[in-house]
Design a protein around this ligand. Structure first.
Ligand SMILES: Nc1ncnc2c1ncn2[C@@H]1O[C@H](COP(=O)(O)OP(=O)(O)OP(=O)(O)O)[C@@H](O)[C@H]1O
Ligand SMILES: [Mg+2]
Length: 365
């Protein structure tokens, strides 16, 4: 199944993107558009999280098996072998903006499909115009805000406002002043300084090493220590998510990976810890750079309110490890959010609901 050509696409845009004014009510949604995972929360109470992954059947046989449809989200992981797959975001940005030709079309179409799947997960009524605040990696919001808006419009989301992910998290927690919010994602770690107004470029730092980098390092370390073991990047990621820790615990990370086709227990505790720990100095240095360039009178306030979110915040012992890392840089207090999966989407939803209705109704698809 190939994505549609340009004529079909523009036709779809006409059909799917009526003007907000032609609908009688608004459905507010908040979207956390991530490299590996995206979440949506809606004012009708529904919420959903899915892998940021789109797949098309590889051939006529797989089209028959899968019903000829485009798959989005976790179903793509399950049917990976029968699909051509595409991650619409890469390294903190919409992948299509760095591609050309048919690859670009495919990647762009994958972005539209992902946003459409998120929208549909909220079951908007036909009379409702969907108005979304989209939290995206800081890099994407800096370079490609308009591209995100265009893709969302094509996906049938009529009103769109784009913010950076850590800002959405700050909004969820009412941490709008004297705080540093950190989002540890798959492609990037985004830090944002909150000083009581909309953060500017000088308030944000992006580290281009995050969960995917840890996976890559872990794969290298496991290969070095156990060259005979067979694994895929997905197996490595699952092992990391199950056992990730930056402190000494009794618990051993023993995974069952095949060796010459035979399932074999392998202890990868040390490799996981080394790979995850590599991120800590990157994060503490980025925190320090935001503190050092802040008004000296208020530096101690932001240093003592560091809020960490994103999938990577779930590493066991991260709070202690970051605080320890900050000791030699002047100290700091770190708090890990309770709901890292939905914090960004909830903050974006809150922002969508608090925007004046005229803001949304002024927008045209
Ligand atoms: N328990 C865990 N321990 C360590 N890492 C984890 C854990 N759970 C998830 N992760 C990692 O968090 C990353 C995904 O986090 P998140 O969903 O916030 O990223 P994203 O929003 O898709 O990425 P980005 O913000 O870079 O676009 C992945 O690398 C994943 O492996
Ligand atoms: Mg994210």
């Amino acid at each position: 199944m190939k994505p549609q050509n340009k004529a079909q696409k523009s036709q779809q845009r006409d059909v799917k993107t009526p003007k907000i004014s032609s609908k009688t009510s608004l459905l507010h949604v908040g979207i956390d558009l991530g490299t590996s995972r995206s979440a949506i929360a809606s004012s009708n109470g529904s919420r959903e999280v899915m892998a940021s992954l789109v797949g098309w059947p590889k051939d006529s046989v797989s089209a028959k098996v899968l019903g000829g449809q485009t798959l989005v989200g976790d179903a793509v992981l399950k049917n990976r072998l029968a699909l051509n797959t595409c991650f619409p975001l890469k390294e903190g940005n919409l992948a299509f903006t760095r591609l050309s030709g048919s690859e670009q079309d495919l990647s762009r179409q994958a972005g539209v499909q992902l946003l459409a799947a998120l929208r549909n997960a909220c079951n908007p009524r036909p009379d409702q115009a969907v108005c979304a605040v989209i939290g995206a990696p800081a890099e994407a919001t800096r370079e490609n805000k308009q591209a995100i808006v265009d893709l969302a419009n094509e996906a049938g989301i009529e009103g769109v406002m784009v913010v950076s992910e850590p800002f959405a998290v700050a909004y969820a927690l009412d941490a709008l002043e004297n705080a540093i919010v950190i989002d540890i994602g798959a492609g990037t770690i985004d830090l944002c300084r909150m000083a009581g107004s909309l953060p500017g470029l000088e308030d944000q730092v992006t580290v281009f090493r995050a969960g995917n980098y840890v996976d890559q390092r872990l794969a290298e370390l496991v290969r070095e220590a156990h060259p005979e073991v067979q694994f895929t990047s997905n197996m490595i990621k699952m092992a990391k998510e199950r056992f990730s820790s930056v402190i000494d615990t009794e618990k051993r990370a023993v995974v069952t990976f095949p060796i010459a086709g035979r399932p074999t227990p392998v202890d990868i505790t040390d490799q996981i810890r080394s790979a995850v720990e590599e991120l800590v100095p990157w994060i503490t240095e980025a925190i320090q750079s935001l503190v050092a360039s802040f008004d000296p009178e208020f530096q101690h306030l932001i240093r003592n309110r560091i809020i960490v979110s994103g999938g990577g915040s779930q590493v066991f012992g991260l709070q202690e490890s970051l605080e320890q890392g900050l000791e030699s840089l002047g100290g700091g207090r770190v708090l890990i959010v309770d709901d890292p999966v939905y914090a960004g989407a909830q903050g974006a939803l809150k922002l969508a609901q608090e925007m004046p209705t005229e803001y949304w109704t002024r927008m045209r698809g």
